[in-house]
Design a protein around this ligand. Structure first.
Ligand SMILES: Nc1ncnc2c1ncn2[C@@H]1O[C@@H]2COP(=O)(O)O[C@H]3[C@@H](O)[C@H](n4cnc5c(N)ncnc54)O[C@@H]3COP(=O)(O)O[C@H]2[C@H]1O
Ligand SMILES: Nc1ncnc2c1ncn2[C@@H]1O[C@@H]2COP(=O)(O)O[C@H]3[C@@H](O)[C@H](n4cnc5c(N)ncnc54)O[C@@H]3COP(=O)(O)O[C@H]2[C@H]1O
Lengths: 141, 141
């Protein structure tokens, strides 16, 4: 794995474009968000506002945690609450011109990263899977 | 990143030992399993039998998917079904003596791997986080 080659990797090529990224809107109910998460099969997805700007992340864990009562999970609360109240607004984001090393560093604690272009427009996500597959290709060389 | 050093990494040192691994039992109800998953905060955990052998993986996604009806998520079904009916029994497992390259390859498609010793006893899990942190330390050298 020649460091010089892996660190020169452009992250643009690894990004899943926004058209293929499941997401929810700020104002969605938790019930709707949980249905999107269950139907997509993903643990967590980005939360966008109406102009497609990234606002946060929502996950099955955050939604279920917010309705966990003393004895049981209180499902009836899902319809009364909204994504904005429960989402994690500290979203790991990077520019598509940042280095691969920076993407590797952020992916240590984040299953995926939200990628923006120079004007701050959300262009897609970079997953741990894409980073690990690239590292494996280099190690095999 | 001298390939010679990263591929020589012992995976034993990266394993989260079984005492620190959240898990459920085969016979648990889905209701109990979902509570363990929500309280631990993990998306997925190993399923063990009574002699601590790995039998499969269970996740919030698999549980919620199994009770997804036409219109809504049918939570009342959770108490009637058991982990064994819903778990994924194709568990990614490796020996603690396998190579780091093998762990890297398996982690491309699996958030964590179940690690066994030579006698087939479950000793812990290896996470993508541990693999990514190691790769990052090497790239930085
Ligand atoms: N439908 C599917 N087909 C094949 N493999 C699947 C899959 N769903 C999940 N996986 C596998 O499981 C890993 C964990 O998925 P999870 O949903 O927990 O965690 C995912 C999910 O929260 C998010 N994600 C991935 N792709 C997404 C997309 N198109 N839209 C929105 N979120 C996505 O990024 C996290 C990391 O994704 P990553 O690919 O590294 O890692 C994925 C992938 O290796
Ligand atoms: N309590 C916590 N404290 C700090 N960071 C946390 C955390 N819970 C989750 N994370 C972060 O989120 C990532 C995804 O967690 P997830 O629960 O979807 O997916 C986890 C979970 O399904 C499983 N896992 C990790 N540690 C576990 C444990 N002690 N017992 C059982 N399963 C575990 O392995 C998957 C990958 O774990 P990994 O560490 O690579 O990746 C973790 C970690 O980077």
């Amino acid at each position: 794995l020649q460091t010089s080659t892996i660190v020169d990797q452009e992250i643009k090529e690894l990004v899943i474009p926004i058209d293929n990224v499941a997401h929810v809107q700020l104002g969605n109910s938790l019930e709707h968000a949980l249905l999107v998460l269950v139907k997509s099969g993903y643990s967590a997805v980005p939360v966008l506002d109406l102009s497609f700007k990234i606002k946060g992340l929502i996950s099955k864990t955050l939604i279920l945690d917010s309705i966990l009562g003393m004895e049981r999970i209180e499902y009836e609360k899902l319809a009364d609450h909204h994504v904005e109240e429960v989402m994690n607004s500290k979203v790991p984001r990077m520019k598509d011109t940042d280095t691969f090393t920076r993407a590797l560093e952020l992916s240590i604690n984040q299953p995926f990263l939200c990628i923006e272009n120079d004007e701050g427009i959300f262009i897609g996500i970079l997953t741990r899977r894409a980073i690990l597959a690239l590292v494996y290709r280099h190690v095999r060389k």
